[in-house]
Design a protein around this ligand. Structure first.
Ligand SMILES: [Cu+2]
Length: 357
């Protein structure tokens, strides 16, 4: 059973998860509010540790001291001790009040986003995360944000309950269909931070991760202006291979012949699709399947593919080239640079010749 569950996720499409740095207990504190959460955690951890050890030692000592020493011995009745009773009521009350105010402060700090926070919409779906910027740009499983700027995520889900957790930022919140929930953070350091889904949401749950890339302000605006695109400097089929994971096609389409939520791409090129406009899997069929999946439903599969109408032409071209490549029918244009660098002859890229300079 366990193996069957693992097999349901294409192995080549597995998300890498990692943590770096931090202490034995916790990952590094990479947001401005992380230390409030940690200090409350450490206070509870150490006061519980001290109390537990104290109670255990006291218990052992009393058990030893008041053990029955002979059969003739009769225990004397114990009378109340006011001081003892007051202290075991008052000390724990003080402790829990400290924990309450400490925790409340951490809660308020992490729940109320500053009013100048930059808003990004987040959508959770089996089994990937989609991010939408204020300018309409959409990315999957990766979101780029500026360092030193409060960022507010307005989150919702398409299908079932998910939970958005960024360990290094100490933020975590349920992501629910038909309702908005929020998290915010301010990450002062540039770097890459792991997001995990921490609510069991189906077979692909353990593979439902995303990365938050915190970059400098200039790099961020450059990224926004570029539309998050890329793909200009690699062959289309290679770009398509990247998109296969970064756009989460891999959560539903395998390339090894196994059926996931959607049909496998292995052997699909040129396959007959009776009733569709072109009748076979070709350029137009793939484009329509991506942009308007509801227009034709492949027999035997649910109509559960989300429309990817926000992909650029270059991205659709890349994905189509990639599908051709894994079917062994890639064209020369699929596997070579579409736009040669200025001043470089195309065949010097195609062959392995030494750079002439
Ligand atoms: Cu999930």
């Amino acid at each position: 059973m366990l193996f069957a569950l693992q097999d349901a996720v294409a192995p080549e499409g597995r998300t890498e998860f990692w943590t770096e740095g931090g202490t034995m207990w916790l990952p590094p504190q990479s947001s401005t509010t992380a230390h409030v959460i940690d200090s409350a955690f450490y206070f509870i951890l150490w006061s519980s540790t001290i109390l537990t050890i104290g109670v255990a030692i006291g218990m052992g000592w009393l058990a030893w001291k008041y053990r029955r020493k002979s059969h003739a011995e009769h225990p004397r009745p114990v009378h109340e001790s006011k001081w003892l009773e007051i202290s075991w009521s008052v000390i724990p009350t003080i402790l829990v009040m400290v924990v309450f105010f400490w925790g409340f402060r951490a809660y308020v700090d992490t729940s109320l986003a500053p009013s100048d926070a930059y808003e990004i919409r987040v959508n959770g779906q089996k089994w990937f995360w989609t991010f939408e910027y204020p300018n309409g740009m959409i990315t999957q499983n990766e979101v780029v944000v500026p360092a030193g700027q409060p960022i507010k995520f307005v989150m919702s889900a398409t299908d079932v309950l998910h939970s958005f957790f960024v360990p290094a930022f100490r933020i975590k919140h349920d992501v629910v269909p038909n309702r908005y929930t929020y998290v915010w953070f301010d990450a002062p350091e540039e770097g890459v931070y792991q997001v995990v889904c921490t609510e069991f949401c189906g077979t692909g749950h353990s593979n439902m991760g995303a990365k938050i890339r915190v970059v400098g302000r200039d790099a961020f605006y450059e990224y926004l202006a570029s539309g998050g695109g890329g793909g200009e400097d690699i062959p289309p089929a290679e770009f398509g291979e990247e998109l296969y994971t970064s756009r989460s096609c891999n959560t539903c389409h395998s390339i090894d012949g196994s059926s996931l939520v959607g049909p496998t791409w292995q052997g699909s090129w040129g396959a007959e699709r009776p009733g569709s406009e072109s009748g076979v899997v070709d350029d137009n069929y793939v484009r329509q399947s991506i942009v308007e999946p509801g227009a034709y439903i492949t027999e035997g599969f649910p109509p559960s593919m989300p429309p990817y109408d926000f992909l650029t032409d270059a991205e659709i071209r890349g994905l189509t080239a990639y599908i051709r490549e894994i079917n062994g029918v890639a064209t020369a244009a699929d596997t070579s640079m579409a736009v040669p660098e200025p001043g470089v002859a195309t065949d010097s890229i195609a062959t392995d010749s030494e750079p002439t300079q």
